[in-house]
Design a protein around this ligand. Structure first.
Ligand SMILES: *Cc1c(COP(=O)(O)O)cnc(C)c1O
Length: 363
């Protein structure tokens, strides 16, 4: 099997042992004579996967099933932009939303359909090239919840420290850094993350909800849109995305065997530093788009070159060295290296080498 360095922002690289297991299970799961793609979502083979996946999500985050519920959603993280306020925000109520990029702007737009949005801080005025500071959250007791995007996949910023929300329940879109950075996850009341960046394949979105917060959700929603119903039915109200949950479970086992979130955190800091250091060493050629070093993402490293012509040349040389997926998001351009948990250190070394080598020839 040929493997190149895949810097795609999502869907993204998966651990090879997970791909190997998935390919075996596509042919036959557990000696059942059936493919994972063929078994009933209410049969024993899938049931074991489903229960294990829910348990592994919480275990990997260091959370207790007594305190937190896990829901496997569909429709991507984008669906959660609407479901979170639909379930928790009513007219006349306020939710705080920090505006740190394209994904948080979309979450804000949907929240405004259900209630009042207070923005504690925005970096829109500087093209989201930093995290806004200071953050002015609503006074204690005012906001229903406070929402952040922990990692801004497109703009390349990341909350490595969690903000103080003045006591509002903390809700987070962690689509591109769940299981990648160590936090005290008990500080979160609500986490959602599409699986296809750090945790598996497209098709399932993890939603982790503190049970005491869930108890405050609005009643009488259609069951498919209600976190309370989905949690009570353990995401088996209807057919769940069976294969995606299976992939998620295998990724979680892989992460745990590799030392868990603490080990991912350490590796991601080291991997990203290799690339940032190479960029910072040649400031006449490269401009990292995030200049405030403390705000830089460990997951998505975004930078520009002096001219678009040089950017094209850089991407071409990267391709020639078997590095793919480095083109920046279509809305912002430039170069973006996405180096999630499964991305190997050797690939970061290879990119750092190209960065240095290219700078020597084009400085
Ligand atoms: C990719 C991404 C999304 C959108 O995810 P979908 O699963 O495609 O809806 C939302 N938020 C963040 C932070 C992302 O990186």
């Amino acid at each position: 099997m040929k493997r190149i360095y895949n810097f795609s922002a999502g869907p993204a690289i998966l651990p090879v042992p997970v791909l190997e297991q998935l390919s075996r299970d596509v042919l036959e799961i557990n000696g059942s004579g059936m493919s994972i793609l063929e078994v009933s979502h209410r049969g024993k083979d899938y049931d074991a996967v489903h229960q294990e996946a829910m348990a592994n999500v919480l275990q990997t985050l260091g959370l207790s099933p007594d305190e937190y519920a896990v829901v496997f959603g569909v429709g991507g993280a984008s669906m959660q932009f609407a479901l979170l306020p639909m379930n928790f925000l009513a007219e006349g109520q306020t939710a705080d939303y920090v505006d740190t990029g394209e994904w948080s702007s979309k979450a804000i737009k949907d929240a405004k359909r259900y209630g009042t949005v207070h923005v504690p801080g925005s970096s829109a005025d500087t093209a989201y090239n930093r995290l806004p500071k200071p953050l002015e959250f609503s006074a204690p007791g005012v906001a229903r919840y406070a929402h952040i995007t922990t990692n801004n996949t497109i703009e390349g910023t990341q909350f490595l420290a969690l903000p103080d929300t003045n006591g509002a329940p903390l809700a987070a879109d962690m689509s591109s850094d769940i299981f990648a950075v160590a936090h005290d996850f008990s500080k979160f009341d609500f986490i959602y993350a599409g699986a296809q960046k750090n945790a598996g394949i497209a098709g399932v979105t993890m939603v982790i909800i503190r049970k005491s917060f869930l108890a405050t959700a609005k009643p009488n929603l259609p069951p498919m849109l209600s976190y309370a119903v989905q949690a009570e039915k353990e995401s088996l109200y209807n057919t769940p995305p069976v294969f995606a949950v299976h992939a998620l479970n295998l990724v979680l086992k892989h992460v745990q065997n590799a030392g868990g979130v603490a080990a991912m955190d350490a590796a991601n800091r080291e991997k990203s530093a290799l690339i940032y250091d190479a960029l910072d060493a040649a400031p006449d050629v490269y401009q990292p788009t995030v200049t405030e070093k403390n705000d830089r993402s460990l997951m998505n490293i975004t930078f520009r070159l002096r001219t678009e012509e040089l950017e094209k040349q850089f991407l071409k040389e990267a391709q020639a060295r078997e590095m793919d997926g480095l083109k920046g998001h279509r809305n912002v351009g430039g170069v973006r290296a996405s180096i999630y948990n499964a991305f190997p250190r050797e690939g970061c070394v290879a990119l750092a080498e190209l960065i240095g080598d290219f700078a020597r020839r084009n400085g």
